[in-house]
Write a protein that binds this ligand. Structure first.
Ligand code: HSE
Length: 378
């Protein structure tokens, strides 16, 4: 199969190196799109995407550019020109769920395993589980950058900024790291997981998303004092046509499975009727783990093993009808009086068990850019 790679950064170069190292004879890299002329030091490198999109020889395009545009236009054009696309770009894919329809209309494949959980075979396992089971819940630590950050903040005397710089150096963080620390990257991954697990097309903006950008020493100290750690967790459940979906930090007892996933590792969990609980752990970010997942999709394509990626997904709104206990740090604690169970400091408290919806409404009415919320797992 003749292929092209769009982008030669952390992920794209990992894909090229794996293909070259494994000497897969059935795969030939014809062309690689790079950012600027100075990088053109290999005859396959080009700075013009049209060289790839207009080349009828190329059957499959691997998109590793990241970001919404121009990645979206290139992927759309490739699909319309009858090329399969493999993409790790969770932001673009989640913003453009209609691309799955474009692929189907043009009788080609859009494969996205690398977009969620990096190297973990997650989406493929959701599809396998669904063949003889109904998935009820999915959850996970789906961002390597924030997990790496939180692990270091809990185990060393290091500042948030310093730890983030390290995550960037290691190639975990997005070009715009606010996507990581504000939770948006997890939101996109949760949205794509919902698509695979429940056949639902959800507008990602509907998923309430709280990140760790405002976490401070007091929040960390509170968790430590209670024998807990903090993880940024994505959760969704779907039953009786009710969809709950949220991205939020969670304070977890140190002896739980999720609490022990550290550094750039991710964990994803699926609960279904017959299998019960199944957990998958692996590196969620980085050149080779993500490249590995992309090359897996490529091998499946070469071997014609992609039949079960077809979906009959329908549009759905998020209902978010669930209760919880939350730690909240906010500059207007008074407005939460009705839901306050225990005061921790002037600006922080623990709620009683209450509907998340009510808390969310108060956040909307009383904005505080520096607020921090985490669910307290009971
Ligand atoms: N920035 C992402 C993360 C990369 O840290 O998980 C992998 O999707």
């Amino acid at each position: 199969m003749k292929i092209a790679i769009l982008g030669h950064g952390v992920v794209g170069s990992g894909v090229r190196q794996i293909i070259e190292a494994k000497k897969k004879e059935e795969i030939e890299i014809i062309s690689i799109l790079v950012k600027d002329q100075n990088e053109v030091n290999d005859e396959r490198f080009t700075t013009d995407a049209q060289d790839i999109l207009n080349n009828p020889e190329i059957e499959t395009v691997i998109e590793c550019m990241g970001g919404d545009e121009p990645a979206h236009s290139y992927v759309k054009t490739a699909l319309e020109k009858g090329k399969n696309v493999i993409s790790a770009n969770k932001k673009m894919l989640s913003n453009r769920l209609d691309l799955f329809e474009t692929a189907e209309k043009n009788n080609v494949k859009l494969l996205i395993e690398a977009s969620c959980g990096g190297g973990i075979p997650w989406l493929i396992n959701l599809r396998r589980i669904r063949r003889n089971d109904d998935i009820k819940e999915i959850s996970g630590i789906l961002n390597g950058t924030t997990n790496y950050l939180l692990s270091r903040l809990f185990s060393e005397d290091i500042s948030f900024e310093e730890a983030l710089k390290n995550a960037q150096k290691l190639g975990y963080a997005e070009r715009d790291p606010s996507d990581d620390i504000c939770g948006y990257d997890v939101r996109y991954k949760l949205d794509l997981s919902i698509y695979e697990a429940f056949d639902l097309l959800v507008d990602n903006k509907e998923i309430p998303t709280y990140g760790i950008s405002a976490i401070n020493d007091k929040d960390i100290a509170y968790a430590k004092k209670n024998g807990c750690t903090i993880k940024l967790v994505a959760r969704a459940s779907y039953e009786n046509d009710k969809l709950n979906a949220i991205v939020m930090p969670v304070m977890l007892k140190k002896d739980t499975v999720f609490a022990n996933i550290s550094s750039n590792y991710n964990i994803v969990e699926c609960v279904s009727d017959y299998l019960g609980k199944a957990d998958f752990i692996g590196q969620g970010a980085g050149s080779f783990p993500t490249g590995h997942a992309i090359v897996q999709d490529l091998i499946d394509l070469c071997e014609g093993k992609t039949e079960d990626t077809k979906h009959k997904a329908v549009k759905k709104n998020v209902d978010n009808d669930f209760d919880g206990i939350f730690y909240i740090r906010h500059n207007k604690t008074d407005v939460f009086e009705e839901y306050t169970d225990e005061r921790i400091a002037e600006d922080s408290f623990i709620t009683c068990k209450c509907a998340f919806r009510n808390i969310e409404r108060l956040f909307k009415e009383n904005e505080d850019e520096k607020m921090f919320i985490m669910e307290v797992e009971g």
